[in-house]
Design a protein around this ligand. Structure first.
Ligand SMILES: [Mg+2]
Length: 417
């Protein structure tokens, strides 16, 4: 294998892998209930306003996609099997997947519940070239967890992610450095993370649909259509990008704060408000393509006493559910000392880029590797308003709608494979 030759430039080894579980939630449900094998299975809410969070491949054959209203999915497939989501269960299986990856590869960057980038360039002596490491990982996930996954490999994370999508379902595709440009040439420009609907429309006007065509554009034209991210996208397109695993985003934070006219005294009410705020912050993170390694709770009593409490997260997250758990736990500890709450704030800290190294939020709203269910929820919130699917315990029509988020409309769906 050419990549294994000693003395070869390490940056030319296609050892940046993107591992992505196939139809993760749906695959778990099928694994756990063999009667579902081969059927059109979706995970999601069955109610009138339910949305599809994940769809099995047989369901996708009918055009069913996540973030689609369940009523539409039902129309497309009258024989649809709808399974209610078991988020905690998926999270446990996710942890098993990530643990398995860590037993083989030292450098793992988890970017969502079912996706990770791996750098296996240093694993050659132990496990062989990237193809072999990738095959081993897929085989172990299949044998030990009973689940299908796909892996793409390249000299850059952007191309690895494109390759894993091309390999689906249940496939493996490693793109050698010198094959990168040829591999990308016929693909539509939209497969590049960061080239959203608006950029695609702009390129379309120039007659540019494929990455090969994009490559022909002069840099000045590209900059006009794509803005500041043009050079990065040009490097991806011509196969010279070498971005590996993620870099840290410098200690930025984002959050929300609310003051109430009346003191909150009912613990259930405080919990509910914090849940809504955690969800808002998490949505903001996902929109910006960020994950948080920490969270901070701020509380103020009617007499002005203010406390802040923070926690470091074992695993970075952009999940409202995870943030809520931590924020509510922090509050439970302070409850006795602050029985009346006038102001509360929830903040996500120690932010990191989710994937790709591109600030995706301001571009397209698309972010590689969102938590699938929450991404589906984000879209439903935009479409129907929050009350359509707030988790049972958080439904509270009195809460004002989310504010401060631009109404960035996107025809794209979150990645769900
Ligand atoms: Mg997936």
């Amino acid at each position: 294998m050419q990549a294994a030759r000693t003395g070869e430039d390490r940056t030319e080894i296609p050892g940046i892998l993107h591992l992505d579980m196939d139809a993760f939630f749906a695959s778990i449900e099928v694994r756990d209930d063999p009667a579902l094998q081969g059927r059109r299975v979706v995970v999601g809410g069955a109610g009138a306003r339910g949305v599809v969070a994940a769809a099995s491949y047989p369901a996708r054959e009918r055009g069913i996609r996540s973030a689609m209203p369940m009523s539409t999915a039902r129309r497309l497939a009258p024989d649809l099997v709808i399974v209610p989501p078991r988020i905690d269960h998926y999270r446990r299986v996710s942890a098993q997947v990530m643990e398995l990856l860590h037993t083989v590869v030292a450098e793992v960057e988890q970017i969502s519940v079912d996706e990770a980038f791996l750098d296996v360039r240093g694993a050659q002596r132990l496990f062989g070239p990237p193809e072999q490491v990738a095959a081993l990982l897929r085989q172990r996930i299949r044998e030990e967890l009973g689940l299908p996954s796909s892996v793409g490999g390249s000299v850059s994370r952007a191309v690895a992610k494109i390759a894993s999508a091309q390999a689906k379902p249940d496939g493996l595709l490693i793109v050698p450095a010198q094959r990168t440009a040829a591999f990308l040439a016929p693909l539509p420009v939209g497969v590049i993370s960061g080239v959203g609907p608006r950029a695609q429309a702009g390129l379309e006007k120039l007659g540019v649909r494929t990455i090969g065509q994009l490559r022909e554009l002069p840099p000045s034209t590209l900059a006009r259509v794509l803005g500041p991210r043009a050079p990065k996208i040009a490097r991806i397109a011509d196969g010279t990008d070498r971005t590996g695993l993620g870099r840290r985003v410098r200690d930025r934070s984002l959050g929300t704060e609310r003051t109430w006219d009346e003191d909150l005294t009912d613990p259930a009410e405080v919990r509910r408000r914090l849940t809504v705020m955690a969800d808002d912050v998490a949505r903001d993170l996902r929109r910006r393509g960020l994950i948080a390694r920490g969270t901070v709770l701020k509380l103020r009593s009617p007499d002005g006493t203010t406390i802040t409490r923070s926690v470091t997260l074992e695993q970075p997250t952009a999940s409202g559910e995870r943030l809520r758990e931590h924020v509510v736990a922090l509050w439970e500890r302070e409850r006795a000392s602050m029985p009346r709450v006038r102001l509360a704030g929830v903040r996500a800290t120690h932010l990191e880029r989710h994937a790709g190294g591109l600030a995706q939020s301001e571009l397209t709203g698309r972010s590689a590797g969102w938590h699938e269910l929450e991404a589906a929820m984000d879209q439903a919130v935009e479409r129907f308003g929050r009350s359509s699917l707030a988790r049972g315990s958080t439904v509270n029509p009195a809460d004002p709608p989310a504010s401060g988020h631009g109404s960035q409309r996107s025809a794209e769906r979150p990645k769900l494979d």
